[in-house]
Every structure is written in C-alpha cells, then in structure tokens.
Design a protein around this ligand. Sequence first.
Ligand SMILES: Nc1ncnc2c1ncn2[C@@H]1O[C@H](COP(=O)(O)OP(=O)(O)OP(=O)(O)O)[C@@H](O)[C@H]1O
Ligand SMILES: [Mn+2]
Length: 468
Amino acid sequence: MKKQENPSLRYARYFWGSLLGFTILLIFDIITGFGVTSAVIGFLFPGKVINLKEPTDRPIILPMRKEDVKIPPTLNDPYDDLRVLVVGEIPEKFKNIIINKHHLDVPSNPTMKEFLNMTEDEYISSLERFQNRISQHEMYPEDDRLVQRVLHNLATAKFNELYEKSGGTQFKMIVKYENGYRALFKPMRLQRDQQAASSHYYYNDYERHNGEIASYHLDKILGFRRAIPMVGRKINLTSEMFPLVDDELASTFYISPSGKVCFTGVCDVFCDTSHGICGDPYMLEGSFAAFLPRHKNATRKVWRHPWRRSYSKRRNVEWEWNDNFCDKVKQIFPYSEGRRMLDLMDMAIYDFLIGNLDRHHYETFKTFNTNETFTIHLDQGRSFGQPFHDELSILIPLKQCCMVRKSTLKTLLDFHKGPQKMSDALRESLKDEPVAPILWDPHFDALDRRNVIVLEHIRNCLKVDDEK
Ligand SMILES: Nc1ncnc2c1ncn2[C@@H]1O[C@H](COP(=O)(O)OP(=O)(O)OP(=O)(O)O)[C@@H](O)[C@H]1O
Ligand SMILES: [Mn+2]
C-alpha cells in the first residue's frame, strides 16, 4: 500500500519548492537585467526612490556624436565676447541664456534656526552651530570662520564610537567624537596618482577620499557653497579604530601578507579581502564629512537627476537620443520655476570640472517647506580620477538647455583670465589641508583646460541663438 504523506510535510515541500523557484527567477531577472524586479518594486512603492545600481560590467551608451565634440581652439582665447555680457547689460536676445540671478538674489534667506524658531544653547558644539545655520539658499556663508572651526575639530578631536554605515556600494563609517561631533568617513583606497581605469565603468571604480576633499574646496571657490564641508585625516587602525568598532566589524580585521593592518567591512559589494582596506602599515587616511543635521525638521528629499545615466546596456535614457530633452524637463515642476534648473546647470559645470559621472540622485533640505532651496552637492567620491580625459557627456545638460547663471559665467571667466587661475585658487585652498597634497599635479592643468571647454560650450549657445 502506498504510504500516505503527512499533509503538513507536503505543504512544507510546496512552500520551499516555490520559494526556491521564485528565488531562481529573481536572480535570473537581476543577472539578465530584464528589470522585472525593479519594475515591480517601482509599481508597489511608487513614491519611493529606487536606487538599483548594477555594479556589473555593463557598457553605457555615451551620447557624444562627432559634431558635439568641439574642443576649444586655444587656451589663450580671452573670451571677450562672453566677458562683455557679464560686465554690462545682457542683450535681450541672450537673456534666456545668461541668467542674471545670483543664488542670493532672493527676498529672504533664513537659516534653519531662524526658520524653525530654534533656541540655541550657548554650550552647543560648533558642528551644531554650523548645522543650525544652514540656510535656505546655501550650506554656509561666504568667508566663514565657523566652518574652519568645524573642520579643525573633525580633523583633531578624539573618537568615541565608530560604526559602519549600511547601504551604498562601498565601505563608509559614521564617526562619533568625544565632543559630540559626528562625521561620515570614507577611507583612502587609491594613491593620488592612480587613475581610474578607462576600460572600467565608473561605478565599478573605488571612490576617492581625496576627490571628496578637493571637490568641497572647488565648490567653495566657485562660490556655490552647496557642498558638505570635508577634511582629511589619518586614523590609527590599531589604537583608534579597532577598539571602538562593534564585534562584527572587528571580526573583519586582518594582517595582510605584507604586514599591513587591514579590514574588509561588512558591506554588500566591495567588502572582501580582495578589496581590503589597509593602513600604511596601520595608519589609514580618509575623508571626514561634517554630519548634516539629524532632527526631524532637517530631513532631505532625494531627487532622481533628470540627466542620470542609464546604468544598463538595454535601457537607453531619453537625453541620450533626444537633444530637445531639456524642453521637456523645463516644463516639469520644480524645474519649471525658481532656481532648480540653474542649480542643475551649475552642477553639470561642477561635475565636468571634477570629472564626476556619478550624479544619479541629488538631495535638498525639506526644512524650508519649499523646493526653492539649494541642491546639496553630496557624494563627489568618484571625482578626480582621470586628469587626461575630459568627459564631455557630463556637460550635456548645459549643452541641451543652454542656460547659465551670469555669476557662474563671471567666475569662470575671471579664473580663465587670471592672474589667479582656477588651478591656482584650488592649490591655494588645499595647501593647508591636514593630509596635503590632496591632488596629483595633472588634475590642476585639467581644471584650467576644462574651464575653457565650458566657456566654449556657452559660446556655442550664444552662436546658435544668434543664427536663429
Ligand atoms: N555628511 C553627511 N551627513 C549625513 N548624511 C550623509 C552625509 N553624507 C552622506 N550622507 C548620507 O549617506 C548617503 C550615502 O552617502 P554617499 O552617497 O556619499 O555614499 P556612497 O557610498 O557614495 O553611496 P552610493 O554608493 O549610494 O553612491 C547619502 O545618500 C546621504 O543621505
Ligand atoms: Mn557614491
């Protein structure tokens, strides 16, 4: 007689069988990139930002056609045709291209403290003071002493607790200090003169702590003041880090064959011994970012960048084939009004100068109850990787929209004219960095060269308009 199977056993078999089948399908979907998984998640959670990065070797279709590549004729061109526009009145026909609106040309620019009617205890740390003083239109004011104090503390104060920050593709750590400070730490992975391999996709590349530092300084020099203050520091893995991390992170520490103290971290993608993070032999350099405020009124909104890259060889994004893409974007709120579009143009110029292709999302503060607030320049880890290559596709937003703040254009022209070139200004700003030198020399030449390329793009916009 056939043995009767216990029904609960049968159900268990069905259950595990289906689970296994579903898992195999899921893995298949993710590997092949059909995108069913992300579509389902997107359908179920429409408001949620889904950041499905695919750290696999997938080609990106770059949108550059031959005729787009107009490399500037010469570094010696004074660009007088553009200069007259920033010193004088902008002719009517160019008023849609050169926009006479500085980011502080606003009726009011409250700080978080003012906007939220916060009372400030006189004993709070400089970091909290800095956080309370972030305003609707910039991260910190011009010629600011407080930021200097914050950076000094980040670079010297004693640590209290260190833990790995989950999420993202690469190891990063939240650092708590004895003085109540907090920072976001990204470790050094590459030497200053190690270039991003041109045959790698940029998102497979390590982030650069020195890129973060240099980018903060450049943002300040360009007068944007939208980046998070950032400083370099060396940390002793044996005496400063190991005793302060939790058991899980501590268990990933090891001594490398060459006698260096290393750890892998416990993140998803790059956290194994072939990607170990090592000291020299036990001192590890990193970037320390001032922590953004954490109170419930300082939350941030995450936006998909309209010109984000597709991260997939099967999916093509519209800006890659539609040169009129900007007209569409301009009709959509919040790009249809206020400062946002101009901020994106500044961001494209900034990213082009630092060589950052990784601007998939950007964030703004919700605090001020309006989208009329600055875009935070956050996550410049994939910058300053290729000093000999100028990635023109980063400038596509500028090329397709043909608009730029007059103040930004003036800054670029002033640096181009000299006597202080953009490279000189950055060199000057970086010279007292605790882990200086921050950049490999060729990056400075790249900056001045790229500045001309931006100017040439703007000149092209004016020409096209003239021909109409
Ligand atoms: N200084 C900071 N203070 C508070 N939160 C921060 C700070 N810097 C970054 N974050 C938060 O941590 C997240 C990850 O930061 P970041 O993008 O720099 O790391 P990442 O490793 O490059 O991540 P990803 O791989 O997603 O690009 C950000 O989205 C941001 O919300
Ligand atoms: Mn990143």
